[in-house]
Design a protein around this ligand. Structure first.
Ligand code: SF4
Ligand code: SF4
Length: 160
């Protein structure tokens, strides 16, 4: 069976301002990757909005780390939400959100089925360990842990 999602590396999800919420763990990973101090990182790359720490944007309106023609300039150190997309909590729990993601992300097959997408997402998030892990500043797009994900997806199915 054809995969529901396969990234085309188009960079569409790196456009826009302030959409990438980063946790303390993300910041530490990026600081290590860039080999700069946390203070310099905060000053150069972070904006705070609605109580959340977010990556700032560049002059082109895309994420500050997006490099035209090359893609993510910090790929090995990128934040968890960038690793998790399009398998965000909302997209895995709500069919309408999945349809909107399917419209936006060229990596999602235009005729991808919701159940197939959820199956792939569960497998991927489990394999990569992409959870909030109870961190108070974890992005809302991530499940807290494996149990929360499985419980909520089972609950969705049992409600039909
Ligand atoms: S960190 Fe990288 S993958 Fe994430 S939005 Fe920025 S450029 Fe895109
Ligand atoms: S928009 Fe979709 S296909 Fe394009 S880079 Fe982002 S995840 Fe990959």
């Amino acid at each position: 069976m054809c995969k529901a999602f396969s990234c085309r590396m188009c960079g569409v999800c790196c456009q826009g301002e302030g959409g990438i919420v980063v946790s303390s763990r993300d910041v530490q990973r990026l600081v290590d990757h860039l080999e700069i101090s946390p203070e310099a990182f905060e000053a150069q790359y972070i904006v705070r909005r609605s109580g959340k720490r977010r990556l700032s944007s560049g002059e082109n309106g895309a994420c500050v780390f997006y490099v035209e023609g090359r893609g993510c300039g910090v790929h090995p150190g990128r934040p968890d939400v960038c690793r998790a997309w399009p398998y965000f909590k909302g997209n895995l729990l709500d069919k309408q959100s999945f349809f909107m993601a399917r419209d936006d992300c060229p990596g999602l097959e235009p005729d991808a089925e919701f159940d197939r997408f959820v199956e792939e997402g569960v497998e991927y998030l489990r394999r990569e360990g992409l959870w909030g892990n109870g961190d108070s500043d974890a992005p809302n797009a991530l499940f807290s842990d494996l149990d929360e994900m499985l419980d909520r997806i089972r609950g969705r199915k049992s409600r039909g």
